[in-house]
Design a protein around this ligand. Structure first.
Ligand code: BYC
Ligand code: FE
Ligand code: FE
Length: 482
């Protein structure tokens, strides 16, 4: 086995897993490769496939200096199989096998459960690329265009990460699942992607930034839980994916921050004191904060559904089995078995909210969701600081966890974003007003156009605070072909 910190770029598939020494696996992956490229060209970014994009590519997996920047045509990006370095004598950290050596092969009794987790994770990655495929045509700058494509190629690599595990450890079943991952399509009525949020549209850049802030952050939480896995190849795969995920969330977080900044600057310059005066704000060609709030309400609630049911035996079984842990399991101080433990759970029962103790094992989806919400709160607080710095009292807020839900306890519950329980009639009357309207969508769409001059930005978004790879502000991040 190679030592695993250096990536081998000699073959068709860059890797640090010693692919050259495993002829059967290498053949399986090389057989899958053309279908992947077809998928990328047919369902990945529209246009720009011949353009040179300033992308980072991983050349090693240690914490420092794993990235190399350079101009690449997206279809020529070197999608590779990269695992974080092995931890010597790693042990299973939780569940009934706690303390046993981590598995290097799939434990037979958990084969089906593990396969399902890998397939669900794998399915989300290409789905997000499909959802974002039209955004290049309206990028607010070359800097943003490059960030979009960086996110897209890395989500493509995340698909490779799961396909590697399926093909290496699941034989014929794994190969079939890998084919199916290229067959389903986001929003396709006959062959949709598996989870709800990944079949929704990402129609504009405001949605893109909210998606990368909220939905990629679910990715981070789920990957962090899987990085705790007793199945060591999954743990190592997820640990490396998490290093890429940080950039995706940065794109969303900083994107919203830049929108807020631009809107506040424009309102100040125009002498607008009331940010809720959307008509006047929109006349300035910037995104009014109430529209941002409604879009947040949508993306947050869609993303909460990705955590599954609050009370889930699937989650309990995966934990007991040692396959999927809690967020930062290795930093938590308790028995890591949870057999007698309870967790305070906010439930929806017969039309009212109650907080009651639930068995901690069954409440693991809820716990992960709570950890997620806490992180989101930090981001929103940063955006609000930006608003306050311009002297405005307007505050963005996360909607209540029960708002607009389709999965779990709160599915269909008539709960307003501020947590008020509404009568069914009031809910029907007010629901649409909490979410982006067709008119909101049309207004945001009217702002979207490609700004392709280096160093220039669309009028609705401020320039970033820092450039990529210390490049100058007028750097041509994408050399648009033709
Ligand atoms: N939509 O027991 P439950 C990312 C199903 S994002 C449709 O609560 P469980 C990324 C569920 O499958 C992270 N169906 O489920 C982000 C189950 O069906 P079966 C993706 C749903 O298993 C941005 C049934 O309802 N990774 O990486 O405890 C860009 C009972 O539910 C949904 C993962 O999610 C839904 N939303 O929890 C790119 C990690 N929710 O089995 C990428 C892997 C539930 O009864 N997945 N159902 O037929 C898991 O850990 C879990 O499967 C889930 C669901 C958390 C998704
Ligand atoms: Fe991903
Ligand atoms: Fe991501």
């Amino acid at each position: 086995m190679p030592d695993g910190t250096i990536v081998d770029y000699d073959g068709l598939i860059p890797n640090n897993v010693g692919l050259n020494a495993d002829a059967r696996l290498r053949k399986a992956l090389e057989t899958w490769h053309p279908g992947y490229i077809d998928w990328w060209k047919g369902s990945g970014p529209v246009g720009f496939q011949d353009s040179l994009v300033y992308l980072r590519t991983a050349v090693g997996v240690d914490t420092e200096g794993w990235a190399r920047f350079g101009f690449v045509k997206m279809p020529d990006y070197r999608w590779g199989i990269l695992l974080a370095p092995a931890v010597a004598d790693r042990r299973i950290g939780f569940g009934v096998h706690q303390g046993e050596p981590a598995w290097q092969e799939v434990p037979g009794e958990y084969r089906a459960m593990l396969r399902r987790l890998l397939v669900i994770q794998g399915d989300t990655e290409p789905a997000s690329v499909e959802q974002q495929r039209h955004l290049g045509a309206t990028a607010p700058s070359l800097y943003d265009l490059r960030n979009l494509f960086q996110v897209n190629v890395e989500e493509g690599r995340h698909l490779w990460a799961m396909v590697y595990l399926l093909q290496k450890y699941f034989g014929r079943d794994g190969r079939e699942e890998a084919e199916d991952l290229l067959r389903r399509r986001s929003g396709d009525p006959d062959a949709p992607r598996m989870l709800g949020a990944f079949n929704e549209a990402t129609p504009d850049w405001l949605s893109f930034f909210l998606f990368t802030f909220f939905t990629d952050r679910d990715g981070k939480m789920q990957l962090a839980a899987l990085a705790q896995s007793g199945f060591d190849p999954l743990s190592r795969t997820c640990r490396f994916m998490l290093t890429e995920e940080a950039h995706h969330m940065f794109v969303g977080d900083s994107g919203i921050q830049r929108i807020v900044q631009r809107t506040c600057e424009a309102m100040r310059a125009a002498g607008i004191d009331d940010p809720a005066d959307s008509g006047r704000v929109r006349a300035l060609g910037v995104i009014d904060l109430p529209t941002l709030q409604r879009k947040m309400n949508l993306h947050f609630s869609l993303t909460l559904d990705l955590f599954g049911n609050e009370i889930s035996t699937n989650a309990a079984n995966a934990y007991n089995a040692g396959l999927k842990g809690r967020y930062r399991e290795d930093k938590i101080e308790d028995d890591h078995r949870l057999l007698d433990a309870t967790y305070q759970a906010l439930r929806w029962r017969d039309g009212t909210m109650v907080t009651e103790p639930a068995p901690a094992l069954s409440a693991l989806n809820l716990r992960l969701r709570d950890d997620y919400v806490a992180e989101c709160e930090h981001g929103v607080a940063r955006w609000n600081k930006g608003i306050a710095a311009h002297g405005y009292g307007f505050r963005l807020t996360l909607p209540h966890v029960g708002f607009n839900r389709r999965i779990g306890d709160f599915a269909g519950a008539p709960i307003a974003p501020d947590g008020t329980v509404l009568s069914p009639a009031a809910w029907q009357a007010r629901r649409d007003g909490f979410l982006p309207s067709a008119e909101d969508g049309a207004y945001v769409a009217s702002l979207m156009r490609l700004v392709a001059e280096p160093g220039h930005y669309a009028g609705w978004i401020a320039p970033p605070r820092a450039e990529i790879d210390n490049k100058p502000g007028d750097f041509e991040y994408v050399r648009i072909a033709g």
